[in-house]
Write a protein that binds this ligand. Structure first.
Ligand SMILES: Cc1cc2nc3c(=O)[nH]c(=O)nc-3n(C[C@H](O)[C@H](O)[C@H](O)COP(=O)(O)OP(=O)(O)OC[C@H]3O[C@@H](n4cnc5c(N)ncnc54)[C@H](O)[C@@H]3O)c2cc1C
Length: 407
């Protein structure tokens, strides 16, 4: 097997897999190293979660050829309702008012994995190594040498560009000595699918409660995907509650705007942290997705932001002779910086502002700033953020395919 690659992606999850699909059919020889076998029940990226995909993300997925495989199962969000428990009033964002068919779509992570696999398997220029794990990575200047453990034994690979898409704790980022700021929120997101008896089709809810923000994303019909932020120490107990206790607590926090919560599926908890790498690249390595920035899910922005990383990197690669050249990677960083800074600051502010212990919260509540009037500007920001329209548009963001898909 040939051990020289143009682009080697470590992590074949939601972001690394999407990047590989976008590169398929292009001029580069691409490798994807993924620690878990595809379809394994413990695959950490294509798991039980559902993702709120912004409208702008749909256009990126269209450009890389993934949208047709996802669209039939993607539930549109046509209305967003934001409220604060204990206070009257709510902020609303509506697709018609924003002039788009949908503000976004809800898609199961597993479905994204299932859509990616046929694309990658059919691509001659892409080699999938899974299960395989990176043992060491060394930047030699004109290439990066990567030692990988596969089920067939160790392999020494060489690449002109190494892309770290290996998640928030990114072993590649650490191996190459790239620094990242990590902050724990002391919270976990409890996720589950729930059913209600008076669904509001297409409406997504974000509700700030005294135990943390709670989001309900429409899955179609009476089914909703719940993301419920809890203090870390409380989350373990919430997982153990009986279904009846869980539904009663949820009902009490959310209220009756969709009638009664009648069923809950399997629950899981994700500890929440913010990770931000200080640089998007170093030497011949670029960071994307959670390896570059891992966000609190309060605003549903992590994967959407990551798709814009993918779009920016592709834009740079379209013009590149050497995919790992410093000039291109520096341009990648410049393209990403303003969008990342804005989304990270916005998400972190929301997460802290509505955390139970936030000292500002009492004051803000007391002054009524969290009531409907205060939410009006947030309403506009969220509409634009949720549609992925903030940040410099890239070719892919405007729906244009990568150059190699067009030929
Ligand atoms: C509860 C919750 C809800 C969310 N909701 C939303 C939402 O509504 N909208 C949104 O936009 N975002 C959302 N997100 C964020 C979204 O899930 C992430 O942005 C996304 O999963 C990041 O994908 P990734 O591929 O970068 O990282 P990961 O999903 O962590 O994948 C990393 C991959 O790398 C592999 N890997 C790790 N180490 C190695 C190694 N050494 N060698 C080889 N492979 C390795 C792993 O097996 C994995 O497949 C949510 C997150 C959470 C926790």
């Amino acid at each position: 097997m040939e051990d020289a690659f143009d682009i080697l992606i470590v992590g074949g999850g939601m972001v690394g897999g999407t990047l590989a699909a976008a590169l398929a059919g292009g001029p580069w020889r691409v490798g994807v190293i993924e620690a878990r076998p595809y379809g394994a029940p413990d695959q950490p990226s294509y798991d039980e979660r559902n993702i709120a995909l912004a409208y702008g993300s749909r256009r990126i997925l269209e450009a890389v050829g993934m949208w047709p495989m996802i669209s039939a199962e993607a539930a549109p969000i046509t209305h967003i309702h934001v409220s604060d428990r204990g206070y009257f009033g709510a902020a609303h964002v509506d697709a018609r008012e924003q002039g788009v068919p949908a503000l976004g779509y809800v898609v199961a992570n597993r479905l994204v994995g299932a859509a990616l696999m046929p694309l990658l398997e059919a691509a001659d220029a892409v080699e999938l190594l899974a299960p395989a794990a990176v043992e060491t990575a060394q930047d030699l200047g004109d290439e990066v040498e990567v030692r990988v453990n596969t089920s067939d034994g160790a392999r020494l690979l060489r690449t002109r560009l190494l892309v770290a898409a290996d998640g928030a704790s990114s072993p590649v980022r650490q191996a190459l000595g790239l620094t990242a700021r990590t902050e724990r929120y002391g919270q976990s997101a409890v996720i589950a699918n729930v059913s209600v008896d008076r669904p509001r089709l297409g409406t997504a809810y974000e509700r700030f409660t005294d135990s943390g923000p709670l989001a309900l994303l429409p899955l179609g019909g009476e089914r909703y995907s719940l993301v419920w932020t809890q203090r870390e120490e409380a989350a373990a107990a919430v997982l153990e509650w009986s279904d009846a206790d869980f539904l009663a607590a949820l009902q009490e926090r959310f209220g009756w705007r969709m009638g009664r919560f009648v069923a809950v599926g399997r629950r899981a908890a994700y500890p929440l942290l913010m990770v931000r790498a200080e640089q998007a690249w170093s030497g011949r390595t670029a960071l994307v997705g959670n390896a570059l920035h891992s966000l609190h899910p309060v605003a549903g922005q992590g994967f959407n932001l990551a798709l814009r990383d993918v779009a920016a990197l592709l834009e740079v690669l379209q013009d590149a002779r050497d995919p790992g050249a410093a000039e291109g990677l520096n341009r990648y960083q410049r393209l990403r910086e303003p969008d990342m800074a804005r989304v990270i600051a916005f998400t972190d502010l929301l997460a802290r502002l509505f955390a139970r212990e936030a000292p500002l919260l009492g004051h803000l509540r007391a002054t009524g700033l969290l009531a409907a009037d205060w939410l009006a500007p947030l309403n506009r920001i969220m509409a634009r953020q949720n549609m992925g329209l903030i940040g410099r548009p890239t070719h892919l963001g405007s729906g244009q395919e990568p150059a190699w898909h067009r030929t």
